[in-house]
Ligand binder design. Structure first.
Ligand code: PMP
Length: 356
């Protein structure tokens, strides 16, 4: 009944999404603050008639708003149903095994190998440096490659790469191969490479409204790059689903991208709490990788990552643990509101005392 390629699929496992909110959810890097207040007003007064009609298939007003925010043209912007969908379209348009392997970091967003399998693309995981940072030089060592994808900051480490290093990497990378930088978490303190898209026509930046703009539930992602790359993504989209971004989400995106005051307020709050949590964890003897994102990746050589994850869950706090060799000692903790982080830190302090 099923195809062979279906039988071979190993899907991505998203973080748990319990519907009974008995947990403090620090496991899927959602924003603890609500989206722009303008969104509440819009939803309360929305003209329901709009839902009768299909949305604008090209999301033009939304693309113009995003383009305005970054100082690029609407032709440089593509929008999709979450950045996951945008990433999948990138794989379809830019990567194929006959031109070499797709390269991405060894420890990174676990959807990258899943999309590679889905699209039938060979891939190679480039080891991280000893300090868990991405080793861009090592990406240049492969003689042939179909392209590169990496997040900046990386997930789940949270570590960022500076713009100068990215520029230097792009200057040495083949111009006929696409480099996708997944900037899902860039707004929390890393350097965006959007300013480099004019210099490198093979550079595509992918971003999302899910994290820094508190719209994970609306499913809205986008890509910024040279017009030729954007046209390619449109061709893939129009061969798959004409309307990936619905009528409501197009409006929410416009309101969210224009509300820079709310954006800055929430980013400032989250990064301040992140820095406090990092210091508090270090004071409790935990190693914390330097985070440029809205989560911290932390371990303690006296306790097992899996055990502390399970214990926190039993106590009502959900964090993320990856059972991947090399990072299995770590837990990834999303930065929530101050009181939730205090509850987390109190439990961590207790855990060390009871476990050691
Ligand atoms: N890239 C990275 C690195 C992520 O962690 C996530 C969130 N899981 C995404 C992309 C996808 O985000 P979304 O589809 O919500 O835009």
């Amino acid at each position: 009944m099923f195809t062979e390629r279906f039988a071979n699929l190993t899907p991505y496992t998203p973080g748990e999404q319990p519907r009974d909110m008995k947990y403090v959810k620090l496991n899927t890097n959602e924003n603890p603050y609500p989206p722009s207040p303008g969104i509440t007003d819009f939803l309360k007064s929305m003209d329901i008639e709009q839902l009768r009609l299909y949305p604008d298939p090209s999301s033009l007003r939304l693309r113009k708003a995003i383009a305005g925010h970054y100082g690029v043209d609407a032709e440089n912007v593509f929008t999709g149903n979450g950045s996951d969908e945008v990433l999948s379209f990138c794989y379809y348009a830019f990567f194929e095994s006959s031109r070499g392997q797709l390269l991405f970091p060894e420890h990174t967003y676990s959807f990258y190998p899943v999309y590679a399998e889905y699209h039938g693309i060979d891939y190679f995981k480039v080891p991280l440096n000893r300090d868990f940072s991405i080793n861009l030089e090592a990406f240049l060592e492969k003689e042939t490659t179909t392209g590169v994808i990496f997040p900046n900051p990386n997930a789940p480490t949270g570590m960022g790469i500076g713009l100068r290093e990215i520029d230097s990497f792009l200057s040495k990378f083949p111009k006929n191969r696409v480099v996708v930088i997944d900037e899902a978490y860039v707004d929390f303190g890393a350097d965006s490479a959007v300013p480099l898209i004019r210099k490198y026509r093979n550079l595509l930046i992918v971003q999302t409204f899910s994290k820094s703009r508190s719209l994970a539930g609306a499913r809205l992602g986008y890509a910024i790059g040279d017009g030729a790359l954007i046209r390619a993504l449109n061709t893939v989209k129009d061969s798959f689903n004409s309307y990936p971004v619905d009528v409501i989400t197009q409006e929410l995106g416009i309101l969210a991208i224009k509300d820079t005051a709310h954006f800055e307020k929430t980013i400032t709050a989250i990064t301040a709490v992140r820095n406090e949590v990092s210091t508090a964890l270090q004071n409790l003897g935990w190693e914390v990788l330097p985070s440029k994102s809205n989560f911290v990746f932390t371990r303690n050589d006296k306790v097992s990552g899996k055990k502390v994850y399970e214990w926190l869950k039993a106590e009502g706090i959900l964090v993320r643990h990856f059972n991947h060799p090399g990072i299995e000692d770590f837990i990834r903790v999303t930065i929530g509101r101050k009181h939730d982080m205090k509850a987390f830190l109190d439990l961590i302090a207790d855990y060390i005392q009871t476990d050691t």
